[in-house]
Design a binder for this molecule. Structure first.
Ligand SMILES: C[S@@+](CC[C@H](N)C(=O)[O-])C[C@H]1O[C@@H](n2cnc3c(N)ncnc32)[C@H](O)[C@@H]1O
Length: 275
């Protein structure tokens, strides 16, 4: 007997904002799609975060914070170029891809057509504008970490500049493990920018190195991921603004070079045949 209840209300568009892509929203309330996913999620070996580490300054529901679309880019072009080349190297055109915590922009290489790209996020208007998505789904991962996709549905799962907002990262990483096909890859990338009030305590107070270690531990706490790889590209001081205004900002200590790039990457291990 299926006990999982759909938690999402269907998104309601007003008549002026209705995009054509609304037809493609996956139906989270279709009972035939529901399955007891938690029993097959990856096994969590230990919790990484303390109760305090999960807290946010802004405790209003995340869906309220993202109720209005933000059509902005959250990182600079150097970061995006590095991320796109990681995707170019790691993802094949025949892949089915899930872009977790996505928005109106995609960092996938423009020249590559993937078999399927599914987006997930909190704002339907942002997701409807994302040109790379074939489908999208809206879900608050701090309320419910289970997706209604079948086991082993995706070859790659991506999470860009958003992992700092997860209050139950262990459960989300375990769910990603369930969604990946054997050999599938999970690429988690981030920089030093964040909505401070919405980032969890363990992230807010950390250094770049500490945040990498945190994400490494999120992978390691789920049984069956390969040892995480870390890709780092630190801010390039040569990209600093040399204009008169830039020089003044430099004197004031406001220059930081380009956004540092960090990615933590691991694969769903193939099951040993002797098991
Ligand atoms: C900084 S934006 C990054 C968007 C996109 N990945 C990008 O690279 O531009 C953070 C994203 O995290 C998503 N997000 C934040 N809190 C969330 C939550 N509790 N559940 C699901 N998604 C969330 C929001 O929808 C938002 O689009």
């Amino acid at each position: 007997m299926n006990t999982i209840q759909p938690t999402l209300k269907p998104f309601k568009w007003n008549s002026t904002s209705k995009p054509t892509k609304i037809m493609k929203i996956m139906n989270q309330n279709d009972p035939t799609k529901l399955q007891s996913s938690s029993s097959t999620a990856g096994k969590i070996k230990r919790l990484v975060l303390t109760k305090e580490g999960r807290t946010k300054f802004n405790i209003t529901p995340d869906r309220d914070f993202y109720a209005y679309p933000r059509f902005v880019t959250h990182v600079d072009n150097n970061f995006i170029d590095t991320l796109t080349s990681v995707y170019r190297n790691r993802l094949s055109p025949n892949f089915e891809v899930l872009d977790l915590m996505s928005s109106w922009v995609s960092h996938l290489p423009k020249e590559v057509k993937y078999k399927k790209v599914v987006g997930h996020g909190l704002n339907a208007q942002e997701l409807a504008k994302n040109p790379r998505l074939d489908y999208f789904v809206v879900k608050d991962l701090n309320q419910d970490q289970n997706f209604e996709f079948d086991n082993a549905s995706f070859d790659a799962v991506l999470c860009t500049v958003s992992v700092q907002y997860l209050q139950e990262p262990e459960k989300v990483f375990a769910e990603v493990f369930r969604l990946l096909r054997p050999g599938g890859v999970f690429i988690v990338s981030f920089s030093n920018r964040m909505f401070y009030e919405k980032a969890i305590g363990a992230w807010r107070e950390g250094t770049g190195f500490g945040r990498v270690q945190l994400v490494v531990q999120y992978f390691q706490c789920v049984e069956g991921f390969t040892e995480p790889e870390v890709v780092r590209k630190l801010g390039d001081a040569t990209k600093e603004d040399r204009s008169p205004l830039g020089v003044v900002k430099g004197f004031l200590g406001l220059l930081s070079g380009s956004d540092p790039f960090y990615a933590v990457i691991a694969y769903k291990n193939f099951k040993p045949i002797y098991e």
